[in-house]
Write a protein that binds this ligand. Structure first.
Ligand code: FES
Length: 79
């Protein structure tokens, strides 16, 4: 079963497989997520889920327990 992932603020939706890395899904959607360390420590890649939870995209993947996911990419001009 695929999961519909919607990226904000661009409002682009793509299908993803459970367990797919968020960065990979974003790339396929043509959405840019700024990254730095890729190890979960610098928080350059931080995005917010529709639950309000802020996560580091570089170490996170698509959860398989829902059919839709919204990923809100912060517009942070310092990155
Ligand atoms: S790129 Fe540094 S925390 Fe994700």
């Amino acid at each position: 079963m695929s999961i519909k992932v919607c990226f904000l603020p661009d409002n682009v939706t793509v299908d993803a497989e459970p367990g797919e890395p968020i960065l990979l899904v974003a790339e396929r959607a043509g959405v840019f997520i700024a990254t730095g360390c890729l190890m979960g420590s610098c928080h350059a890649c931080e995005v917010e889920l529709d639950s309000g939870e802020a996560i580091c995209a570089c170490i996170s993947s698509i959860a398989g327990n829902c059919s839709e996911l919204t990923v809100n990419i912060y517009e942070d001009p310092t990155w």
